[in-house]
Design a protein around this ligand. Structure first.
Ligand code: ADP
Length: 297
């Protein structure tokens, strides 16, 4: 395992318990951390990149202990924060050169080579002399990846990578990440968008209210949700009663009745047909922490 997280807790000074006994084994490759806003994703990311300390628990990264070997851990880390910014007075190549210097590349010729190579691989070489703040949204994201990867890190942490990008740019961004990261590297993608995970990650975890509610592959998650998604036809007059009882994920109107997609262990009193779940359904299934309350109503 590349990263082992054991019994991790984070309690903020105001008493908020943001991470509750988190245990995760993260192998190399792309790992997706999925969860709604407020689940604790950023808290976990900031602890992983050594920007914040956990209240208790342990993290081991490529054999280094996060607390005892802080410096070594930092040297193998690359981080693309959610609100990635750069200084307006830097040209694209200058910014990358600055990031390389910060990461300890002191030899100028070696650094220039690394910067040129990185600009090429993220497709920014042509615009290297443009001021970084004049780049398009997608280009800025690519520059963000470039600064995170310039020192060839083992672990790359990307917080909500696709916020603010259009669908085409999102796909390009994900593909670029998987292309430019080296062998035996681990990329942790934190997101609240199910599609970001399903197309790129072999392993994933679901975080909900500071707890891991699922760990495995996207396929495993689908399997666990199989038999929990239903297609039910409900008459107009039964609509309110039904939707008060069961969590509905899609509503399609028909003449005098409704076709509903419902997530539940079972449906009582209505004709229900099992529906093949997609990852969105599976996500709702795991997030629906009050599922028992819904079905036992
Ligand atoms: P996510 O990234 O999944 O949206 P966060 O890690 O940002 O979640 O936040 C998890 C929870 O911790 C939220 O309820 C948030 O309000 C709370 N939180 C985050 N930062 C602080 C802080 N500095 N002090 C107190 N509570 C915080």
């Amino acid at each position: 395992m590349s990263i082992v997280i054991k019994n991790l807790n984070k309690i903020y000074p105001d008493g908020h318990h943001a991470l509750k006994n988190v245990n995760l084994n993260i192998p190399s490759g792309m790992f997706g951390l999925l969860g709604p806003n407020g689940a604790g994703k950023s808290t976990l990311m900031r602890i992983l990149v050594a920007q914040m300390e956990a209240t208790s628990g342990e993290i081991e990264m490529y054999g280094y202990n996060m607390l005892k070997d802080r410096k070594a851990v930092r040297s193998i880390l690359g981080y693309l924060p959610q609100d990635f910014r750069f200084f307006a007075q830097y040209k694209t190549w200058e910014f990358l050169d600055y990031a390389a210097r910060l990461s300890g590349m002191t030899q100028t010729s070696r650094r220039r080579d690394a910067v040129d190579k990185m600009l090429e691989s993220v497709g920014l070489y042509e615009v290297r002399n443009r001021y970084a703040n004049k780049l398009s949204g997608g280009m800025k994201r690519r520059l963000g990846i470039a600064q995170a990867l310039i020192h060839d890190p083992k672990v790359i942490v990307v917080d909500e990578p696709t916020t603010g990008l259009d669908p085409e740019e999102r796909i390009r961004f994900r593909n670029l990440l998987s292309k430019v990261s080296g062998q035996d590297t681990t990329i942790i993608l934190s997101t609240h968008i199910v599609g970001d995970i399903s197309s790129t990650c072999n392993h994933m975890a679901l975080l909900n209210k500071g707890e891991v509610s699922f760990y495995g592959s996207p396929q495993d998650m689908l399997v666990r949700a199989t038999g929990k998604v239903w297609r039910v036809m409900v008459k107009d007059e039964d609509f309110v009663q039904f939707t008060n009882k069961y969590p509905v994920v899609a509503t399609i109107p028909h003449e005098g009745e409704w076709e509903l997609q419902v997530i539940a262990d079972q449906i009582e009193g209505y004709d229900a047909e099992a529906y093949t779940p997609n990852l969105e359904h599976a996500y709702v299934y795991f997030m629906e922490s009050q599922l028992d309350n819904w079905t036992n109503d």
